[in-house]
Design a binder for this molecule. Structure first.
Ligand code: NDP
Length: 287
């Protein structure tokens, strides 16, 4: 039976360390990291995510500013708010909660945030920096996954990592990050042939599909590490991942649960990026 990777515990430990770092920054250098979060409309899932981010900021000592805009806000108004926050010296990080209403061009919004305040690391400059390895911000979910593996003493170098999903926020950046960690990486998607076979060759299998219990035990090599990124609502109405956890845990060596695996790490890495942003904007590039 697999060892369960406890993202809740690991993320709590990281938040505690960040809290100390933030307190020291304030006491020794007068730097108080701050994060502006923009939410558009009334999407209930987005509201939960924004509240969780605010709670994490409060816990760590990061100042958070929330800007809740109506769902019919124009793109011009949203971009103008981003410009205003970009110019404010007391705002280190800017995050626009996705998804946005259909009349707003998400790409235009992402590109409007200065790369140095882009704590989600979605801006094309930050995407490029990830590609070359010259990064300061890492996208939060991929960074959280690598940190989970590291904290669990699971070596990545030389391993075959199979990632199901090629989105810009999870699959693609994770592939690049794993490559920087010296993994051999295969990315799969909805057009991949022989998916089951490829999955069975994985030492580390990451599911970022968005389909409840998509990865079944027979797709997992005995002893593989399984990372479940998915957040879905199962038939019983409960939150579940992309992996059939109950059966997969009998085959895998390590596995992340949902909830309590990758999810809490994503917020943790956002907090980490907010602190990095504050340091970068105070000419401290050492972190
Ligand atoms: P997307 O919908 O953007 O991407 C899903 C990917 O899965 C696509 O690349 C798609 O392929 C692939 N896919 C879909 N069906 C199949 C299939 N039958 N076989 C193989 N591949 C398939 O999702 P995200 O990457 O944004 O998110 C994935 C999941 O992770 C979601 O459940 C989301 O809620 C969750 N998530 C969790 C986070 C966390 O912090 N825990 C953070 C971000 C996301 P194709 O490209 O060909 O369409």
């Amino acid at each position: 039976m697999a060892c369960i990777i406890d993202g809740k515990r690991i993320s709590a430990e990281i938040r505690a360390k960040l809290k100390v770092e933030v307190a020291n920054l304030k006491a020794e250098r007068g730097i108080v990291p701050s994060l502006a979060v923009i939410i558009v409309g009334e999407n209930p899932a987005s509201r939960v995510y924004v509240n969780n981010k605010k709670r994490a900021c409060d816990e760590i000592g990061i100042v958070s500013h929330e800007f809740a805009l109506p769902c019919d806000v124009s793109q011009a108004e949203l971009l103008s708010l981003i410009d205003e926050l970009d110019h404010r010296g007391d705002v280190n990080g800017i995050l626009v909660q996705m998804p946005l209403p259909a009349h707003i061009d998400e790409k235009a919004v992402i590109e409007r945030i200065s790369p140095i305040k882009d704590v989600d690391a979605f801006h094309e400059i930050n995407v490029g920096k990830l590609m070359t390895g010259n990064f300061k911000f890492l996208p939060c979910t991929p960074a959280g996954i690598v940190r989970l593996l590291d904290e669990s003493n699971i070596d990545i170098a030389g391993k075959h990592c199979v990632i199901i999903g090629r989105s810009n926020i999870v699959g693609k950046p994770l592939a690049m990050l794993m490559l920087h960690c010296d993994a051999t990486v295969t990315i799969c998607h909805s057009k991949t042939l022989h998916l089951d076979e490829i999955c069975r060759t994985a030492d580390i299998l990451v599911a970022a599909v968005g389909r409840a219990k998509f990865v079944t035990a027979d797709m997992i090599a005995p002893g593989a590490v399984v990372i479940d990124v998915g957040i879905n609502r199962g038939g019983d109405g409960k939150i579940c991942g992309d992996v059939d956890f109950d059966n997969a845990k009998e085959v895998a060596s390590y596995i992340t649960p949902v909830p309590g695996g990758v999810g809490p790490m994503t917020i943790c890495m956002l907090m980490n990026n907010a602190v990095t942003a504050a340091l970068l904007q105070n000419d401290d590039l050492k972190r």
